[in-house]
Design a protein around this ligand. Sequence first.
Ligand SMILES: Nc1ncnc2c1ncn2[C@@H]1O[C@H](COP(=O)(O)OP(=O)(O)OP(=O)(O)O)[C@@H](O)[C@H]1O
Ligand SMILES: [Mg+2]
Length: 356
Amino acid sequence: MPVRQLPEQIINRIAAGEVVERPASVVKELVENAIDAGASRIDIFTDGGGRRKIAITDDGGGMTAADLALAVERHATSKLDDEDLLQLRTLGFRGEALPSIGSVARLSITTRHKSEPHAWALQVDCGEKSPVVPAALNQGTRVEVADLFHATPARLKFLKTDRTEAEAIREVVRRLAMARPDIAFTIAGEERAPVTWAAALPGAPGQLTRLGDILGADFRSHAIAVQSARESVAVEGFAAAPALTRANALGQYLFVNGRPGRDKLILGAVRAAYADYLPRDRHPVVALFVTLDPREVDANVHPAKTEVRFRNAGLVRALIIHALKEGLAREGRRTAANDGGATIAAFRPAFAPPRP
Ligand SMILES: Nc1ncnc2c1ncn2[C@@H]1O[C@H](COP(=O)(O)OP(=O)(O)OP(=O)(O)O)[C@@H](O)[C@H]1O
Ligand SMILES: [Mg+2]
């Protein structure tokens, strides 16, 4: 058979297989776009575990008609200029999300840019693009995704129950919301009461407010501020005192340059830092924010950008351990000074009930 170029629709579907694993990945891409557009408020609605419908509305900058038409084309992105192109792999923008989603669902985008007299809308139905038409919307962008994967039944089969998919969506939103306390979020749908996190102040106090909203009042009352920096790498955030633990490590959150990231190194570093305080089967709750030169981290290891790779992983690990150990020691001294020696025992939750 002769060699031939794959049609664009097929290329998009293959890319979609990597970028869009499940409804939660769609929500992640769309909420990230809303954040990048400068939104101060993002509303998320999903139905049927995100399979039937996902709708994300933001009040960000929106797109012009021309940008809207381009946004659903493969490798179209507004987030890199020519100089950045060399660093494409490190920065993590590939202009792939919208065309990928549009190739495996019914995608509809309505958007209003301030330079336009009114809003514009566009639909992509399993890769078939409609023309851009005038529409009604005051500000920002509304993206709707219906019947996800109806063009790729094999992918549909791999999805879990609506409940599980809905929980994966909430987890994605929780992570993004923890990273951006200055943005208000609502999550609605899935036969549950809507959840709202009001915009909090920037900086540490707002961060703690948002973390408390999401991780619970328990976390807020047990939170210790931690911080450490060296060679232009900074680690800061909050760690729960050892009195608050979980049976698994799912309460350990890492953010890299303001974005949620996963790296196995954090698990080991947290374990090492808490080793003197916790038995092996208990896990602390922490939210750590690493800030460093973007060239020092590869965010595109995974097509869905969920895993990060640090160039100097040893330094990041050392800083995480140092920040946590220092915070825990400080908290240990503080409780000892306040309540006398008895609290040292309370600092060892394995042998004492959590403080009220
Ligand atoms: N909610 C939004 N508000 C304003 N512009 C948007 C919004 N969503 C998408 N865009 C525009 O569409 C472009 C394409 O979006 P898409 O998500 O496909 O790619 P990207 O965000 O540039 O890169 P990535 O593939 O890493 O997500 C963006 O660069 C942006 O210009
Ligand atoms: Mg994007």
